[in-house]
Design a binder for this molecule. Structure first.
Ligand code: F6R
Length: 235
């Protein structure tokens, strides 16, 4: 793993955006995997600035997001589709037909998950996947457990994750119990992975991810088995 320490959050965001921008320059038709959460917000804002400055062009780019809450429609302010529209897609020249997220309202989640995998395959696979990491080591919503999931699937969120994400929800709202997430196998099939982590509360899990045993009890540790991973973090 290529591990880079950034000076601070602003530096992390700029470095991550330049990393992604470089891939977009190399291949204007690239397929990017995106994450939500608080960590990539700065990266998306930097990418939007690079797009406004004419440095990067999203018009031929295809994106697949990692995950979506199950039970939230795309226009719900806490849905990940809403987040992506607000933080990136509405700010850049993405074509709506090139934007892919799991459907949080899918009547047949298993069918929708299989369809998501098919769409990724038909797009030629994810070239660069951006990831955050949960304090419990989750990537996407692949929570610690007994095995690594292979494909996009419907999962139950742990109490730890619901507690961590409650900060995005209003006092009268509850965090959904379930989510649709790319599987560990889906993530590992990306050609390249960029994982970003912000803050001292992520240092312990980063150490386990990089130096600990590869185990589904620390889902991110599987990245040790991927041959093209860059980690950018700050404390
Ligand atoms: C979000 C996602 C999650 C987050 C993780 C870290 O799409 O897949 O795995 O990356 O929970 O979230 P933040 O960045 O809010 O600390």
């Amino acid at each position: 793993m290529n591990v880079i320490k950034a000076k601070d959050y602003e530096d992390l965001s700029k470095k991550a955006a330049i990393f992604i921008a470089a891939r977009m320059v190399q291949n204007p038709r690239c397929v990017l995997g995106f994450a939500t959460g608080s960590t990539p917000e700065g990266t998306y804002s930097e990418l939007a600035a690079l797009n406004a400055a004419g440095v990067v062009d999203f018009s031929e780019v295809t994106t697949f997001n990692l995950d979506e809450y199950y039970g939230l429609p795309g226009d719900h302010p806490q849905s990940y589709r809403y987040f992506m529209n607000e933080k990136l897609f509405s700010l850049v020249n993405m074509r709506s037909e090139n934007i892919n997220l799991p459907d949080g309202m899918a009547a047949d989640p298993a069918g929708d998950c299989a369809d998501y995998e098919r769409r990724i395959r038909e797009a030629g696979g994810v070239g660069l996947q951006l990831l955050g990491i949960g304090r419990n080591g989750h990537i996407g919503f692949n929570e610690p457990g007994g095995e690594f999931s292979r494909e996009t699937c419907l999962v139950e969120l742990t109490e730890d994750t619901k507690a961590a994400n409650a900060r995005f929800f209003g006092a009268d709202e509850t965090v959904p119990e379930r989510a649709i997430t790319m599987g560990i196998g889906t993530i590992m099939r990306a050609g390249e992975i960029l994982l970003i982590a912000n803050g001292s509360n992520k240092l312990e899990i980063l150490d386990k991810m990089i130096n600990g045993p590869v185990t589904p009890t620390v889902p991110a540790s599987v990245l040790q088995l991927h041959n093209n991973v860059t980690v950018i973090y700050c404390d």
